[in-house]
Design a protein around this ligand. Sequence first.
Ligand code: ZN
Length: 407
Amino acid sequence: MTETSSVVLHKLKKELEVLESKKGKGTELITLYIPPDKNLNDVMAQMREEYSQASNIKSTRTRKNVLSALEVIMQRLKLIKKVPENGLVLMVGTIPRGIKDKIEVYMIEPPERITTYTYHCDSQFLIEPLKDMLEEKDTYGLLVVDRGEATIGLLKGKRIEVVRRIGSNVPRKHGRGGQSQRRFERLIEIAAHEYFKRVARYASEVFLNTPDLKGVLIGGPGPTKEFFVKEGYLHPEVQKRIIATVDTSYTDDYGIRELVDNASETFKDLEVTKEKNLVQRFMKEVVKDDGLAAYGEQEVKDYLAQGAVDTVLISEDIDSYRITVECSSCGYRGERTVRDLKGYAEACPKCGEDLEVKDYQTTLDELQELADTTGAKVEVISNETEEGQQLKAFGGIAAILRFRPRG
Ligand code: ZN
């Protein structure tokens, strides 16, 4: 069975919703994030250390629960021969269940590589790092460079990964004067050229091997970065994808973070441009006879069910819910779309008793779920642009079709 990544992410999202609701009575729920390259013996040693520390916990109940959680973790660790490719998340703790408490164990293989080892003990499980992995994942290549050093990184969604640091052996220019000065300067330029070639080779290798790279950002202090770009050191495929050069004060790990911060306007423009293009594509189709466009919740759902949708466009302020309602006295069941979930009240159309909400889902989730089954994409469109307003005029839910089904 092969699941598309959107299905994997969707399932994880649902699982996290459940995990988020779990609460211990005290500081007794343990979460472990283990990176793939972490030595399990070291983890085991830390667990033993935590175990001996835990015997100092004052509350008898908390102490007992932390100790049993640690025991379960150590048992599990013994069974693991190899940490999975992306690392492993372990969540263990006692969850109150009516009169009887129960120790619950969750093992999750994350969809992305865990980079930081974390031991966390709290009244709730630590789910934020996993949640971050669910965020939209546009990947950008990052390079900060000057004559002294260079750093290569990747931006995945909101996460920054530093991939490689490159030192330079280019001597600093200083005045000597005369013949030897010129020769010295020529040697410096040769060294700089070799260094730039090296930086470009590493950066090109990293960026070419990154799937779905959306673009490349180059940063650094002064004019070196522009020189580096203008001289075309990078592989032509990478060179083509440069979307901005940005001033940063540093060229180390900190410089990589600066690059992302300082490029925020660029990212915003890209996002806005993408949104504008999508709505414009829809508008072009909708004015044609038999154009590849649909709008309105029901029509879009029908086309989704037929596998005819390429991309669903949904306005960011569509905050309606699809609910399943039931009447407990006569058994009537029905579905509704409502804007206000908490304020929903309706009399049963058959017997007049109050209807109960049995199940609910946001319209966005419902559309996403339908889209997932046929490989359609869902894009949320902000209201900030003129195009966003145009979409709202079409009820806020529209689709660009792959084909127009007959019938
Ligand atoms: Zn009824």
